[in-house]
Design a protein around this ligand. Structure first.
Ligand code: ZN
Ligand code: ZN
Length: 266
């Protein structure tokens, strides 16, 4: 089973996952390594739940697990941070507090609202709402550079409520090309996130067409992540994900250590 580099535990405001249970499950599945990437979202509060971590406590806790599991599982210490043009300097400061192995940068909020909520979709067409999500993603990259890979590129689409709406990434190709080219110029990668598949979506995030486009543009840095908040979803649909990456022309997938990409042949 390929390494899962997007996992949440009880350090995330939206997960109660026991760390040991997750690590034991990774050992059972035969994963050589995994990376825990709990949430750090600046200014993001959901029903009174905070999405910030105490980085020192988090790092020390995971460091102890890393030592305990050495020889059985290579635990990497990561974080998933919210990106936003207004957070750039706070993000830069945060990422220097402890020596993370890996940082996912994600857009969870557009103009203060998570597309997870119905209110995000009200008063606009699905196409407008999705365009705004991509526009915010491109804008964030103007100033936010302290991350390694861009998380679940079309995450917002997962929560589209418009009846009968069919999502076609090519309808947003100008935004997507701008996003992918900017990531390439910054030396950043993307992830293949399977989290939507166990939430009823019929495609990964990003959609396979975007993964293919990233490869066509010369993109090589790609990690795999289930975005699990419960151990049962660890490595979810990774066989399918592996086939998809090969179909898109990838010969390697990546893991990260000390913020540097490691390339592994399929
Ligand atoms: Zn996320
Ligand atoms: Zn996540």
């Amino acid at each position: 089973m390929l390494p899962d580099f997007h996992n949440h535990t009880c350090f995330s405001g939206d997960s109660s996952q026991d760390i040991r249970e997750l690590l034991d499950h990774a050992v059972e599945l035969g994963m050589p390594s995994i990376c825990i990437t709990d949430h750090q979202d600046f200014d993001y509060v959901e029903d009174g739940v905070s999405f910030t971590i105490d980085p020192v406590k988090y790092y020390e806790t995971l460091k102890n697990f890393q030592k305990e599991y050495a020889g059985r599982l290579d635990l990497r210490i990561g974080v998933e941070t919210g990106l936003g043009k207004e957070f750039a300097s706070r993000l830069a400061d945060f990422t220097r507090l402890v020596p993370f192995d890996f940082i996912i940068g994600s857009i969870h909020v557009v103009s203060g609202i998570d597309p997870y909520y119905d209110i995000y979709w009200e008063g606009k067409s699905a196409k407008q709402a999705i365009s705004q999500y991509f526009e915010a993603s491109v804008e964030a990259l103007e100033t936010c550079h302290d991350f390694d890979i861009f998380g679940h590129i079309d995450y917002g689409v997962r929560y589209c409520k418009e009846p009968g709406f069919v999502y076609n990434p090519l309808d947003y190709i100008d935004y997507l090309d701008a996003l992918l080219k900017k990531l390439l110029s910054l030396g950043k990668g993307i992830e293949l996130n399977t989290g939507g598949l166990y939430k009823g979506a019929n495609h990964t995030n990003p959609h396979p067409a975007i993964i293919k486009r990233y490869r066509e543009l010369g993109g090589e840095i790609i990690t795999l992540g289930s975005d699990d908040h419960q151990a049962k979803y660890l490595g979810y649909a990774f066989d399918q994900a592996q086939d998809l990456l090969k179909d898109c022309g990838f010969k390697y997938y990546c893991t990260f250590k000390d913020r540097k990409a490691e390339f592994h042949k399929f």
